[in-house]
Write a protein that binds this ligand. Structure first.
Ligand code: S3P
Length: 180
């Protein structure tokens, strides 16, 4: 069993993932980091030099590798759920949790992240707010359909969220997901 965190940029996947992994004493796998490692360059460089399609191909390999493991908290890039093969892998051996947040909160968090310019390439263009709104509009139904559990992260401390997720895993709640 793995715990797979999905959601938009700024939803807190990396922070919650790190805390949940520490709490459960599980490995943390960040698919963005795996992609950077396999390409030997940063995500913005991959987008700029190799293009988004190549990024998605590398991301696909990172998700497949991560999901083949066990006892991992897997923090995924915001667009990883777009590939049905990724969703299939996540679902087979993982509890999928969507960290959901309104667009205003995502924008606020992204703006407050000093690394934003360096680590987050533009995907659609337009103003950052327009891009976020459009991405969320397109992705919301995909996140919703993929998730076993949706957590609204608004006004919640990442430590509390990680604790809730750890308890869910420990209680075996993950086994009863989707009624299967
Ligand atoms: C992306 C999100 C990023 C990273 C890449 C593409 C997306 O990850 O994978 O820039 O398509 O939303 P984070 O969600 O960790 O920022």
């Amino acid at each position: 069993m793995n715990l797979v965190l999905i959601g938009m940029r700024g939803s807190g996947k990396s922070t919650v993932g790190r805390l949940a992994a520490e709490r459960l004493n599980w490995h943390l796998v960040d698919t963005d980091e795996q992609v950077e490692r396999s390409a030997g360059r940063s995500i913005p460089d991959i987008f700029a030099q190799l293009g988004e399609a190549e990024f998605r191909r590398l991301e696909r390999a990172a998700v497949a590798d991560a999901c083949a493991r066990d006892g991992c908290v897997i923090s995924t890039g915001g667009g990883a759920v777009l590939d049905p093969a990724n969703r299939g892998d996540m679902r087979r051996n993982g509890l999928i949790v969507w960290l959901s947040a309104p667009v205003e909160l995502l924008a606020e968090r992204i703006a407050a992240d000093a690394r934003t310019g360096a680590v987050r390439p533009t995907l659609l263009g337009g103003s950052p707010m327009q891009e976020l709104e459009e991405l969320l509009r397109r992705r919301r139904p995909i996140y919703e359909a993929a998730a076993d559990l949706v957590l609204d992260v608004r006004a919640r401390d990442p430590v509390d969220i990680a604790e809730e997720l750890a308890r869910l895993i420990e209680s075996g709640g993950a086994d009863g997901r989707r009624g299967s």
